[in-house]
Design a protein around this ligand. Structure first.
Ligand code: SF4
Length: 254
């Protein structure tokens, strides 16, 4: 059986940690958009999502904000007119059937659907669902990431950049990448902003970091990272309670 060692240098933190991860020729773990973004904020967050998700505590206000965002995203699906939505669930569960979503998307592209919502793509297990994939010409598309926010934030552009990376790997020709934010207009609140250049820049960041984050997710050993700025930026971390408890325990023995 093949053995390998990967040395990780987590430079996104204030301090730099070296971690040795041993793998045994196991199937390579995949990274979704959510995994990637959370792993870039804090590798330990990604590890906990993969191995100890029961420790997360989502504050009620955050859950309400996520629900409002979903409602806004649902309304935005019609911003270019008729559309088809690719969302599919594993029967009897609330879990997405990603394989089916990818198949549905391929079929929608083949049938010439102009607006594909939750358009799903998979490159070697790295998955994303695009809020709106809008056809501008034969085989040429624009990608729209919808956010229920009064402004465009860097993390939204990064989200779109990850998706652009996956679509590029899947051979989809993109002509533009946009973030749609919540404009102050009750009739037409969907305001697209062209972020193509910045999203392409972030796609390079994806290329440079995806293998590192796969190794973090795959690690059997819990990684050690002290709490810091990353616990609240850009998003409040749902594992703060757990990490605070760990910090208290370790200070008792200092
Ligand atoms: S609380 Fe902070 S250190 Fe712990 S997982 Fe979250 S971001 Fe990382």
């Amino acid at each position: 059986m093949q053995m390998s060692c990967i040395i990780l240098c987590l430079t996104s933190q204030e301090e730099c940690f070296i971690i040795l991860v041993k793998t045994k020729g196991a199937a390579q773990m995949s990274i979704s958009k959510t995994d990637f973004m959370r792993g870039m904020q804090c590798p330990k967050m990604l590890w906990l999502d993969a191995h100890r998700p029961e420790l997360k505590v989502i504050p009620p206000e955050t859950q309400r904000r996520l629900d409002r965002g979903n409602e806004f995203g649902d309304k935005a699906m019609a911003m270019f007119g008729p559309f088809e939505e690719m969302t599919a669930y594993i029967p009897g569960t609330k879990y997405l059937d990603k394989r089916k979503m990818v198949q549905k998307t391929k079929d929608a592209i083949r049938r010439g659907v102009e607006n594909i919502c939750e358009a799903s793509f998979d490159h070697d297990g790295d998955f994303c669902a695009v809020d709106i994939l809008h056809r501008v010409d034969e085989g040429v598309w624009e990608l729209y990431e919808v956010k229920d926010s009064p402004e465009v934030k860097q993390q939204f552009i990064d989200d779109a950049g990850y998706q652009a990376w996956v679509l590029d790997k899947c051979g989809i020709q993109l002509d533009g990448v946009f973030v749609v934010y919540h404009y102050d207009d009750e009739v037409d609140p969907f305001e697209p902003v062209d972020v193509t250049e910045e999203a392409v820049e972030f796609a390079h960041v994806v290329n440079e970091n995806i293998e590192r984050l796969k190794a973090v997710k795959e690690s059997k050993t819990e990684i050690t990272i002290p709490m810091g700025e990353q616990c609240s930026k850009p998003y409040g971390c749902w594992y703060c309670g757990y990490c605070e408890k760990l910090a208290r325990q370790s200070s008792l023995f200092d």
